[in-house]
Write a protein that binds this ligand. Sequence first.
Ligand code: C5P
Length: 382
Amino acid sequence: MKIILGITGGIAAYKAPELIRLFVKTGIEVEVVMTDAATRFVTPLTLQALSGKPVHLSQWEGMMHIDLSRQADAILVAPATADFIAKVANGHADDLLSSLCLARDCPLYLAPAMNRQMWENAATRRNIERIRDDGIHLIGPEEGIQACGETGFGRMTEPDDIASLMMSSLSAKTMLGKRFLITAGPTQEPIDPVRVITNLSSGKMGYEIAAAALQRGAEVVLVSGPTCLSSPYGAKLVSVGTAQQMLEAVMENIEGIDVFVGVAAVSDYHVVNRSGEKLKKQERLLLELEPNPDILKTVSSLENPPFCVGFAAETEKLHENARAKLENKKVQMIVGNLARDALGRDDNEVAIFTKEGVLKLPRASKRDIACQILEEIGKRIS
Ligand code: C5P
């Protein structure tokens, strides 16, 4: 996939390098086009280094405005200033980027960024309406504190959200109409008001699966234990703490679900003799633990269960343990990995176990692995 990233002259241009990094990380080719004003906020050299390609600045380089747009799957302008939006709304073509937008035969996305008063100005409102009527996609802007110190609408949408929205919009919608329920992250079982028993889990794998499903047009409910991650754009996030809360959230949302993916590292036990007050240091502390409900098994044992996918993070005998889980948990698929290779990292090495056999995937980013898991699910639920 190839995207033309247009950058215009607003302070939010400082976020453009991050946007390029996110696209490139996902294997998307990025061709950068800057307006003259944009070069005052971020240097072409930075963008060239990140995109790995020369940055286009001038309209006097042959038929660049035609050539570039013909090779692209989409044009994204981020940030798009009020002035640039006015140009696009009125069909101006007085620099390379506006000429490209006018000569394009691919979708155009604009991520506006400007002062809130400029965004609310009648002229901008008119231009935005015209842009919408012309079938141009708008991403944001968001409400919040602005570079000028004022608060209101006009902040550019965060690069993470722009990138996932673009990828959703450009991916083939192979999961359109499918409803996914995904658990992710660790659970936390209180010992007292300030201490918990938990598992090591960043939540990254579950969040990537949620993002990959959304990109393919699925509806996603993400039931997540505590993580430092932001929810993928478009997911319904239900935040929980304990395994019991996770089970309740899952059961509340299970109706009509086609695919259940249990990625969460659910704590196996909860503390029975949990203290209402902070425990003082003592010579020896005995905690009484009781097993938690098995969420995956509860779902797979429903009368009309969805397609169920479980995860097996093992430290040894991966194949044996994953196969056993396929049977015991009555699920259609187990994604197995060696826990010590995966925890907290951005990449992982997994094998997908089904009753037909095992598919070993090479080490890859969790994003790529999520895509492959989705492919395998897709083959079985179509
Ligand atoms: O039994 P084990 O924890 O090894 O199984 C892992 C799989 O089962 C994961 O998919 C995990 O999300 C799910 N699980 C669950 N509820 C539990 C324990 C595990 O849903 N209480």
